[in-house]
Design a protein. Structure first.
Length: 130
């Protein structure tokens, strides 16, 4: 994932994809300051998700906005914010699974009519587990 404004220093290796969610009702500033030659600071609005790439040893500081000030409210190691990147076979639509309960295909084909032609539309089914 490219950092458009602040690319990682070229000497950094072992980068991880991370995600932070502002679950508060206040504006926050997410900052990584422990990586030399790299500036990373983003405003994260309430409910917003911030996805970024960082070195494994990076530590994110969360500053919560108050009236005309901000306080350091948390420090989170970026390895705890790591998310798994999907592998190419997770998006393979050729392999259609079977729902073990109803024995129906999980992905079903639906015919839609547009004009004088009929096109096939594939829709994924959802199942709930109690």
């Amino acid at each position: 994932m490219a950092q458009i404004l602040d690319p990682l220093p070229p000497e950094q290796s072992g980068n991880i994809l991370c995600c932070y969610v502002n679950a508060t009702s206040k504006i926050q500033v997410a900052r990584i300051s422990n990586i030399p030659n790299w500036y990373f600071e983003r405003v994260v609005f309430p409910g917003q998700r911030l996805v970024f790439e960082a070195p494994y040893e990076a530590q994110m500081e969360i500053h919560t906005g108050m009236m005309a000030s901000a306080i350091l409210s948390d420090k989170i190691p970026c390895d705890r914010l790591a998310i798994n990147e999907p592998s190419s076979n997770e998006f393979d639509t050729d392999s259609i699974g079977i729902d073990p309960i109803s024995k129906n295909p999980i992905v079903q084909s639906i015919n839609t009519k547009t004009g004088d032609t009929t096109k096939s539309l594939t829709v994924a089914g959802l199942a709930s587990i109690d």
